[in-house]
Design a protein around this ligand. Structure first.
Ligand SMILES: C[S@@+](CC[C@H](N)C(=O)[O-])C[C@H]1O[C@@H](n2cnc3c(N)ncnc32)[C@H](O)[C@@H]1O
Length: 409
């Protein structure tokens, strides 16, 4: 990523960045309320902190987090905020804006060079990692893995990652076109059958310098992409000729979530789009080892999605009219719950709720809307296992023959 982009990043907050910040802020409130009762000190690590605020005076993530932590600090809770920023001009400003928060520390270091110390802090604190790089290339899972491996045993670590799946796919498409350019040479049996170590030499002999250089560049690029993604699964996605670009991005996010599942029981991703287009700019990936945290993250996601919906409506057709965006039609929720329940033999009430609101549904239905729907489906005998008079998170619910035979119209 060019330094020009880095320099201009903090000129003014982009509209989609506002939604990203809103999710962070919405999530912090219930998260901090919950973890403060664990009676452990709390530490939030902003691994790519930036300058703390935008030139317009709007707060960046370090200030958003600091303000929320201050509410707990004022109540006597032990809190800590570690903000890593490795570009000096940004670090100096960050240090300045964090001065009013004695529990906050600006650290002028590459966050990955301090993995040991982050892991050490995680062993004594409840920790939230906020990971928001400028560019997908900085999101190297080989390096992030060092942090996740170190905190693997610690059950109270959660993370939010801003994952630029579209930027990744663009890089992947570039890697593919680099490969295509030298395809003829690479498919030459003499090259194909050469030992890996000898390939470059044979390429040079048979096809010349330029091909060797292109091959080396292409290999380097592919290695980097594999390190970011944590595997080679991205290659099959980029090569797929049958899927649309958007579907490819969604599949990449699904696979990335699976990969992160090696460290966290719960990995969900919320797409964030600008107001002017349904095409996501990036995904906020949420990771936790505590399944019920999904309700909190999903609520923050719903708040963001509904705020955006209201913004879009009030800027266009329905200016000044209350469009009631916070009400999703009950039939729509019922359909989603039925879809989630139909293939199951049985499962706990809360599990059915999580299955309904997770995956590609994140941010669509709140936990309470899904609970209401489950109650309705119990009353109407689509589900059995509870009366439907009240929420019973641990009740084992079973789809009835009526639901098993249901076909969606
Ligand atoms: C997208 S900006 C962060 C924006 C910030 N989260 C906000 O909302 O205000 C990413 C920042 O990370 C810094 N950075 C890049 N690589 C880093 C690294 N390895 N360690 C620490 N900081 C890094 C960049 O200089 C840049 O300021």
């Amino acid at each position: 990523m060019g330094s020009k982009y880095r320099n201009s990043f903090f000129d003014a907050k982009r509209e989609w960045s506002k939604y990203k910040d809103a999710v962070l802020d919405y999530y912090l409130v219930p998260y901090l309320q919950k973890v403060k009762d664990l009676r452990k000190p709390i530490c939030v690590v902003d691994m790519f902190a930036g300058r703390g605020e935008f030139l317009t005076g709007e707060p960046g993530s370090p200030l958003i987090i600091a303000k929320r932590l201050k509410e707990l600090a004022d109540d006597g809770h032990e809190v800590k905020l570690l903000c890593y920023e490795n570009w000096d001009p940004f670090f100096l400003h960050l240090k300045d804006v964090l001065k009013p928060y004695p529990f906050a520390q600006a650290i002028p270091q590459d966050c990955f060079s301090d993995v040991e110390s982050i892991a050490q802090t995680a062993s004594t604190h409840t920790m939230l990692l906020y990971i928001d790089p400028l560019d997908v290339v900085q999101l190297n899972l080989r390096k992030l893995k060092l942090v996740f491996d170190k905190v693997r045993q610690n059950s109270s670590v959660e993370a939010l990652i801003v994952f630029m799946a579209r930027a990744f796919m663009r890089q992947a498409a570039l890697a593919r076109s680099m490969e295509m350019k030298i395809a003829e040479a690479l498919n030459d049996p003499l090259i194909e059958q050469a030992e890996a170590d000898d390939k470059a030499m044979w390429l040079d002999v048979l096809y010349g310098d330029e091909t060797v250089e292109q091959h080396a560049r292409s290999q380097k690029h592919q290695t980097l992409l594999t390190e970011i993604a944590g595997g080679t699964y991205w290659q099959a996605i980029v090569q797929d000729q049958t899927s649309s670009w958007n579907e490819k991005c969604l599949r990449l996010v699904d696979e990335y979530r699976k990969k992160l599942g090696e460290w966290f029981k719960l990995v969900e991703a919320l797409a964030v789009s600008p107001d002017t287009s349904p095409i996501p700019k990036y995904w906020i990936v949420f990771m936790s080892r505590y399944k019920p945290a999904l309700d909190l993250f999903n609520r923050a996601a719903c708040d963001m999605v509904r705020t955006q919906y209201e913004n879009i409506q009030s800027n266009t057709l329905f200016a000044g009219v209350d469009v009631g965006a916070d009400v999703v039609p009950s039939q729509q929720v019922d359909r989603a719950v039925k879809r989630a329940a139909q293939p199951l033999t049985s499962c706990e009430w809360q599990e059915l709720r999580w299955r309904t609101c997770g995956g590609r549904n994140i941010g669509m239905f709140t936990d309470s809307e899904i609970n209401q729907s489950i109650k309705r489906l119990l009353k109407d005998r689509w589900l059995s296992g509870a009366s439907g008079d009240r929420i019973e998170n641990k009740a084992i619910l079973t789809p009835t023959p009526k639901l098993k035979g249901w076909t969606e119209r």
